[in-house]
Ligand binder design. Structure first.
Ligand code: SF4
Length: 125
């Protein structure tokens, strides 16, 4: 498994409850979250491009997200809020803590991705 992660997926992971674009996609995402949580010290590399989560997504069109501009905006906002740079390597645990502290607990999650089709799940928590 490659260790690329789109920065905004650090937010999606916090709210995952088994829903997604297809059954294949949600099974795959659940497996990735379990694997990362089982080894939180593992390094991930933050990339603003399709990543391990995108692999099984029906919106992944030959390696390019069909909502590329929108998700790029989310990714860049997460990097900025967490004071991180694209290409940076960081442990899964450190990245998760930054997303929690700087975005979710800071109350700016919906400013970043409030126009996502799954926002109703994250807004309810
Ligand atoms: S391809 Fe796009 S919609 Fe699908 S998981 Fe990746 S970023 Fe999200």
């Amino acid at each position: 498994m490659n260790n690329y992660l789109r920065p905004h997926h650090g937010m999606c992971f916090q709210f995952y409850e088994g829903k997604g674009y297809s059954e294949d996609f949600t099974d795959h995402m659940g497996r990735i979250i379990r694997e990362m949580e089982a080894d939180p010290a593992q390094k991930i590399q933050l990339k603003v491009e399709t990543d391990i989560v995108c692999e099984n997504c029906p919106n992944n069109e030959a390696g390019v997200c069909s909502t590329a501009d929108k998700v790029k905006r989310y990714d860049e906002a997460v990097l900025k809020a967490c004071d991180l740079a694209e290409g940076e390597e960081i442990s899964f645990a450190e990245f998760t803590k930054l997303v929690r502290d700087k975005i979710i607990n800071a109350g700016i999650r919906s400013d970043i991705c409030g126009d996502c089709s799954w926002d109703y799940i994250c807004s309810a928590k």
